[in-house]
Design a protein around this ligand. Structure first.
Ligand code: NAD
Length: 489
């Protein structure tokens, strides 16, 4: 993820709330809508179309009808649409930043994902020729080969914390490989995806190739995950829903499922760590996006010999790092939690944490008289099996515990059902590599922590944090079938 950039937000001429199916903007078939409130002001900002089961089916049918012609285009022809879309995304960043700020409370100065989204479409616009099979002369009397072919209709179900980037990460590789796409946005943050549909429209994609629907998971999300014509479903969201999606795939057509799920990521701080870096970086990890980040380091294990110094510096810097306020303001870096459900969930965990551990930071006044703001919260001496140490909180709440030995640190870090990201701070290279090998985690940062990632390397989870990998150099593979052709001479 990128550093804050100077986005000047702009209110779109009108806020799009409709579905985009088969190249047309439409209301939901049963006219149902759901409300979106600004989590900073609690004012209502929109009534958004709730895709019905019929609407989800219509989107899949449109994508299915569009598939033969789209997949018959060359990668160069398909890439032209993606390239155009990339440019349109760059132009739309002020509007996208505005819409995310008012719908899920993302501070505009932290709105990095417009550039990352444009980058994804730009990258994949030229990646189509990577879809290549192999050939083999290893069976006497045969010239054999494999073909890589698109699956057909693919779907993406995305969360609310970084919506447009997930929309891009799921659609761009699928499209360039020749598949057609249905994206379902999150009911908590649907406005940027709905706005994005106008960019798809302006880029001139043939009708049905790229569809966007909004609504709740148990309605339209459920249809997509059970649909017999959806061949790949890439899901980012909670482990609970990920399991439902996997189950739906098993019960329907065994569609290929990619799951990017939650985390409870550890950061391990050894006695030789550079605290000048380790403290602000681990603070940033749990503060960014108000802690609503799958890979945030929500568990910190610090060597007991440096624990007092680390904890004091962390507490001070975490408290001082936060500038809460209107997410549209250029001085705000700490927005509210996305909605009342998220706010209540975080508060419930803080209450549970107070009962099982020692709170050394929390309940500070952020100077806001309304809105779902949560102040930075730090717990010490948290029992390893406490709920706040086992479950994902998704707020600016961190547990700091101590360890004596390397073995103990590894054991505690791995004692979780999650495995998305782990960080190690040490100057000892051998130790860093021992830890990188031992930690059960899809990504290990050495002397760095989340949200630092490498766009060209695979991202995904061990254990309950997911299934499969995404990333600029790997995602296209998720959307290509492999066929063996035996050619007898
Ligand atoms: P969520 O699981 O509640 O919802 C995610 C999406 O699934 C939404 O679009 C929702 O409408 C849909 N959905 C809900 N029920 C469904 C059902 N029965 N069938 C099909 N779809 C359904 O998650 P969330 O609260 O939106 O997102 C937060 C979670 O996402 C956290 O756990 C976070 O760690 C995780 N996340 C993971 C990554 C990653 O890359 N690993 C990135 C961001 C967020």
């Amino acid at each position: 993820m990128a550093e804050p950039s100077a986005v000047v937000p702009k209110r779109p001429e009108s806020i799009e709330t409709r579905l985009y199916i088969n190249g047309k903007f439409v209301e939901s078939s049963d006219k149902k809508t759901f409300e979106i409130f600004n989590p900073a002001t609690l004012e209502k900002i929109a009534d958004v179309a709730e895709a019905s089961e019929d609407d989800a089916n219509a989107a899949v049918a449109a994508a299915k009808a569009a598939f033969p012609a789209w997949s018959a285009l060359s990668p160069l022809q398909r890439g032209g649409y993606l390239k155009k879309l990339s440019g349109l995304v760059i132009e739309a960043i002020p509007e996208l930043a505005y819409l995310e700020a008012i719908s899920m409370g993302r501070p505009v100065i932290e709105y990095f994902e417009g550039f990352a989204t444009a980058g994804a479409f730009s990258h994949y616009s030229e990646a189509g020729y990577e879809a290549q099979g192999t050939s083999s002369l290893n069976t006497p009397g045969f010239v054999n080969m494999t073909l890589r072919q698109p699956y057909g209709v693919t779907a993406g179900i995305i969360p609310w914390n970084v919506p447009v980037l997930f929309l891009a990460n799921k659609s761009a590789p699928a499209l360039i490989a020749g598949n057609t796409v249905v994206i379902k946005s999150s009911e908590k943050a649907p406005l940027t995806s709905a706005h994005f549909a106008h960019l798809i429209d302006k880029a001139g994609f043939p009708p049905g190739v790229f569809n966007i629907i909004s609504g709740h998971g148990p309605i339209s999300g459920r249809v997509l995950s059970h649909h017999m014509d959806v061949r790949v479903l890439s899901f980012t969201g909670s482990g609970r829903t990920g399991r439902l999606v996997q189950e739906a795939a098993a019960k329907s057509n065994l569609k290929k499922v990619v799951l990017e799920l939650g985390g409870k990521s550890p950061a391990i701080i050894f006695e030789d760590a550079d605290l000048e870096k380790a403290v602000p970086e681990t603070v940033r990890s749990i503060q960014f996006n108000s802690g609503q980040v799958c890979m945030a380091n929500s568990r910190i294990y610090v060597h007991e010999s440096i624990a007092p110094a680390f904890i004091e510096a962390f507490r001070e810097q975490f408290a001082a790092s936060v500038k809460a306020g209107d997410p549209l303001s250029s001085t705000t870096n700490h927005g509210p939690q996305a909605d009342k459900i998220q706010f209540d969930q975080v508060q419930a965990y803080i209450k549970a944490g107070k009962e099982s551990a020692t709170m050394v930071l929390g309940n500070e006044s952020l100077g806001q008289d309304r809105g779902y703001f949560v102040s930075p919260t730090v717990f010490l001496d948290v029992p390893e099996d406490a709920r706040v140490n086992k479950e994902e909180i998704f707020g600016p709440v961190v547990n700091i515990n101590t360890f004596k030995t390397e073995e103990e640190a590894i054991q505690k870090a791995n004692d979780t059902e999650y495995g998305l990201y782990a960080a190690v701070y040490t100057k000892d290279l051998s130790r860093a590599l021992r830890l990188a090998t031992a930690l059960e985690s899809g990504t290990v940062g050495v002397n760095c922590t989340s949200p630092v990632t490498a766009h060209d390397l695979p991202f995904g989870g061990y254990k309950g944090s997911g299934l499969g990998r995404e990333g600029l150099t790997v995602s296209i593979d998720n959307y290509l079938e492999t066929k063996t052709v035996l050619l007898k001479l």
